[in-house]
Design a binder for this molecule. Structure first.
Ligand SMILES: N[C@@H](CCC(=O)N[C@@H](CS)C(=O)NCC(=O)O)C(=O)O
Length: 268
């Protein structure tokens, strides 16, 4: 049965799915979308994914959207090797760590990515990002993107995003003092977190775990897996990664200042 993934090299959600495909050594065909050019809003793609986002998996006649749903689908359809613990409690833990991403970590990573790196790409376009804003139909999301374009790293939402990311990393560090992986053994939850740690590292935020040794060891072990190379390192365009690194170096002091400010304030 054919298996096609609509994806993008740097999309964290698509990377999550590519990692699971690699862990299971599943053969697949890729259709890469240019998100800057707006391929995701093409009506033919929206017929598959009405929200107009990547990834989308098409397996025979079955269309699956939402990265967390897709990776659970893959573990059901291709059970070997199993990437979900058999024990009900551990499986609940795995889902809890994936929900953490879906609840806020994904969105807040997007805010940091925009503020540090992607904003510049939009500002450098002839229309200064106008088309991107017009294409953002959700009014709240549009306001956030407009504020990010305007204020960059000074937008207060960046402080909030940083607090969420820093808090999630602290929670993971605490969890990893008890076990080598989030749900005990390597599972979908670890695959789901890998692209986010990878993004933070690209954005020059790896100092987030400078004093979090369990997280640092976990990250090193995730990077040493063959799936990391196949699904992330070998797919990401090196020029885009280099641009993120450079923007990260330029923005790191401002982000560190947010940590200082937030450390002195009540919870946001
Ligand atoms: N909850 C969705 C989020 C998907 C998502 O936000 N995808 C991003 C890339 S990581 C995207 O396609 N963005 C394009 C856009 O917003 O126009 C999932 O987990 O699949």
């Amino acid at each position: 049965m054919s298996l096609t993934l609509y994806h993008n090299d740097l999309s964290t959600c698509a990377q999550k799915v590519r990692l699971v495909l690699a862990e299971k050594a599943i053969a697949w065909e890729g259709r890469e979308l240019d998100l800057r050019a707006g391929d995701q809003r093409d009506p033919s793609y929206k017929a598959l994914n009405p929200r107009g986002v990547v990834p989308t998996l098409v397996h025979g006649d079955t269309v699956v959207t939402e990265s967390t749903v897709i990776i659970e689908y893959l573990d059901d359809a291709f059970p070997d090797p199993a990437l979900r613990p058999a024990d009900a409690g551990k499986r609940a833990a795995m889902r809890w760590w994936m929900k953490r991403i879906d609840d806020d970590l994904h969105r807040m990573t997007g805010v940091l990515s925009y503020a540090i790196a992607f904003r510049q790409d939009h500002l450098e376009r002839p229309d200064g990002g106008k088309a991107m804003l017009e294409a953002t139909k959700d009014p709240q999301e549009r306001m956030i993107r407009a504020a990010l374009l305007d204020q960059g790293l000074d937008f207060p939402g960046v402080g909030k995003a940083f607090a969420v990311v820093d808090g999630a990393i602290a929670e993971a560090e605490a969890r990893l003092t008890e076990a080598s992986y989030l749900a005990g053994s390597y599972s979908l939850a670890d695959a789901a977190w890998t692209p986010y740690l990878n993004r933070f590292a690209h954005l020059g935020l790896d100092w987030l775990w400078a004093e979090r040794p369990h997280l640092a060891d976990w990250w090193a072990s995730l990077q040493s897996r063959a799936s990391y190379r196949t699904a992330l390192a070998d797919v990401e365009r090196s020029e885009k990664v280099a641009a993120m690194n450079e923007a990260g170096r330029a923005g790191t002091e401002r982000i560190a200042a947010w940590r200082e400010t937030l450390g002195k304030e009540e919870a946001l």
